[in-house]
Design a protein around this ligand. Structure first.
Ligand code: HEM
Length: 160
């Protein structure tokens, strides 16, 4: 559920982006694009761990065989060499991100997680949610970085 809470919190912090998204009617296509950007901007899983099976070079760094590597997916998602203005939430941005990893261990649950967010966020937005408390805390495990509790007030009854 980290994607929905982190994503909704990002929308609260970027009211212009939220307004623009809502102006699209939160239709399937703009919503799918927005969910990808929310994944890039504040990924709920921020670390992947690997062991170097062979000696390798990463940039200027020599990585000896057997090294345990902690890969920061959230940092990669803000790489200025890849993304223009990487710290800006732009819900119309397109392109790849590493929120679900990459390669053979790519997240098996990615289609489910995407679908949940694509359905749940518009449903929540239809209720015109407002943040119900100022202080929002993240629960940070080694691998996950998720909004721990997000109290919201729906200001209208969501239409069925
Ligand atoms: C927004 C929600 C989710 C995020 C951000 C996420 C993120 C990730 C990431 C980054 C990896 C790669 C880890 C690595 O490379 O070491 C991964 C792997 C995996 N995820 Fe997810 N995940 C999410 C939801 C789910 C769900 C809902 C399921 C299951 C229903 C799931 C099942 C898995 C499995 C089984 C793997 C391991 C795949 C492998 O090692 O081959 N994930 N996930």
């Amino acid at each position: 559920m980290g994607l929905i809470a982190n994503g909704l919190y990002a929308l609260f912090r970027h009211p212009e982006e939220r307004d623009r998204l809502e102006a699209t009617g939160c239709d399937a296509a703009p919503m799918a694009t927005a969910v990808e950007e929310l994944l890039r901007y504040d990924p709920p899983v921020h670390i992947a761990v690997r062991t170097a099976l062979t000696e390798a070079e990463v940039g200027d760094t020599r990585v000896p065989r057997g090294t345990i590597l902690t890969l920061m997916l959230n940092a990669a998602n803000r790489d200025p060499g890849v993304y223009a203005d990487p710290h800006r939430l732009d819900l119309r941005r397109t392109g790849r991100h590493l929120a679900f990893g990459l390669g053979p261990h790519f997240c098996l649950g990615a289609p489910l997680a995407r679908l949940e967010a694509q359905l749940m966020l518009p449903a929540l937005l239809r209720g015109r949610p407002e943040l119900a408390e100022d202080r929002v805390t993240y629960g940070c495990g080694f691998v996950a970085r998720r909004v721990q509790r997000l109290r919201v007030r729906l200001t209208r009854r969501p239409p069925l």
